[in-house]
Design a protein around this ligand. Structure first.
Ligand code: AMP
Ligand code: GLY
Length: 422
């Protein structure tokens, strides 16, 4: 079967890496891909937002399975576009992906179906929002409704900051259309966790827990990023997996059925583990990046079979096997990230790490220039290591990080510490 992966980050390199191992994969393409995917698949220079371009290519090439990485392609309706041409794709349709692309839609879904989440109100007009703030306690969380590159959430310490965030979004047009509607939400306390579950419309296949590190600096300091590193298993979420199943995943499935939403793809909820139980902060309707870079190396089963079962509604019939080893992924980022940074810097040490079973270097922002691999983005590489324990996996990942890099490469030095302490 010919397979196409959509996207160009570390998540997509991990998808390509895993799909390439399937005996069912006869040819593999990635649009647009990066230097890492180019070594395992044929990169096709079509941007993820060129839905017709992708559908034309998939039809012409006779692609049997398209796996979609990024949220904007899903929210834009790439899966709908492919299905309209009779092509099979893994990922939710645009209407199902609204659970990620509209925080208000997601909130209303959760409230309707008894899924635990923060109390909130939603607003399109400043006056109503300000009135709501009068009665609120602080801190309070102000969220743009739509996709805002992970930047549409403001934790406001007091009334003044909250009002500023509201005015910025509703009057000032910050975040554009994504911020024309806002949510004002109760501030929740506790450790954060996320889970991944594959959904076929009627059944759920929970993946092992993984945990990301969002902030740029050690000890969760500095600005938010796309994610600086992950580890799996994540003991804290693992210990309450029964509650997550009963209080979040099962009601989610029941809610889909009640609302007539056909959801097929990955569900990746962000959770706050509060004293009174898990609460959903958001639904992501895709694989996480860099969560995927620790989950797929632990997956022993064939990902093609899983994706097909999700499309066919037969996930209840698959037996999935996981590697019992722990995985840790450390992101090497460009100097300056998440702010401005230089591109085009040569990356060294990749050959020395190639071919190892227990260390995999996933490319994110990389490109080929005159046959050399150079930096091309903020998050550049994700170095994943597998070992019997989280502590050993971390040690191995950081040892590998020392062997590769580029001028100014940055990483956090405390990835997985939380998991090891727990
Ligand atoms: P979201 O995109 O909704 O997951 O929000 C991004 C980040 O903002 C989360 O990972 C949390 O760290 C924080 N956050 C979001 N909602 C809340 C909340 N209700 N209480 C506390 N922190 C929150
Ligand atoms: N790692 C967080 C995300 O993919 O949204």
């Amino acid at each position: 079967m010919k397979i196409l992966v959509i996207g160009s980050g570390g998540r997509e390199h991990a998808l390509v890496w895993k799909l390439r191992q399937s005996p069912r994969c006869s040819a593999l393409f990635c649009a647009p891909g990066n230097a890492g995917t180019a070594a395992l698949a044929t990169n096709i220079p079509i941007p993820v937002t060129d839905l017709d371009g992708i559908a034309d290519f998939a039809q012409r090439e006779g692609i049997g399975l398209t796996v979609v990485g990024p949220d904007d392609a899903l929210a834009g309706g790439l899966v709908d576009r492919l299905e309209a041409r009779g092509l099979r794709a893994f990922g939710p349709t645009a209407s199902a992906a609204r659970l990620e692309s509209s925080k208000i839609f997601a909130k209303e879904f959760m409230v309707r179906h008894g899924i635990p989440t923060a109390r909130s109100g939603h607003f399109t007009r400043t006056a109503g929002a300000l009135e709501f703030l009068e009665a609120d306690t602080y801190p309070v969380v102000v969220k743009a409704d739509g996709l805002a590159l992970g930047k549409g959430v403001v934790i406001a310490a007091d009334r003044r900051e909250a009002e500023e965030a509201v005015r910025d979004m509703l009057d000032g047009g910050r975040f554009g259309d994504a911020g024309r509607r806002i949510l004002i939400e109760e501030f929740l306390r506790g450790p954060e966790a996320s889970i991944h579950a594959m959904i076929d419309g009627r059944h759920v296949l929970a993946f092992p827990a993984a945990q990301d590190h969002k902030r740029a600096g050690d000890g969760d300091t500095g600005p938010n990023t796309g994610g600086m590193g992950t580890f799996s298993p994540a003991p804290r979420a693992e210990t309450i997996s029964d509650r997550i199943r009963a209080e979040i995943l099962d009601p989610f499935l029941a809610g889909l059925a009640a609302d007539g939403i056909l959801f097929r793809g990955m569900l990746f909820p962000g959770l706050m583990l509060t004293d009174s139980g898990p609460r959903v902060l958001e639904f992501n309707c895709r694989f996480g990046d860099p969560e995927t870079q620790v989950l797929l190396p632990r997956l022993r089963s064939d990902l093609v079979d899983l994706c097909e079962a999700a499309i066919d509604g037969t996930l209840d019939r698959v037996a999935v096997e996981w590697d019992s080893r722990a995985a840790v992924c450390v992101i090497l980022a460009s100097d300056g990230y998440p702010g401005p940074y230089e591109k085009g810097l040569p990356i060294h040490g990749l050959d020395a790490l190639a071919g190892r079973e227990d260390v995999i270097v996933f490319h994110a922002g990389t490109a080929l220039a005159d046959g050399r691999v150079v930096t091309a983005g903020g998050r550049v590489l994700g170095v994943t290591a597998l070992a019997d324990t989280l502590a050993e996996a971390r040690e191995k990942a950081y040892a590998a990080v020392k062997e590769t890099g580029f001028a100014g490469a940055r990483c956090r030095s405390d990835i997985a510490s939380k998991g090891i302490e727990a």
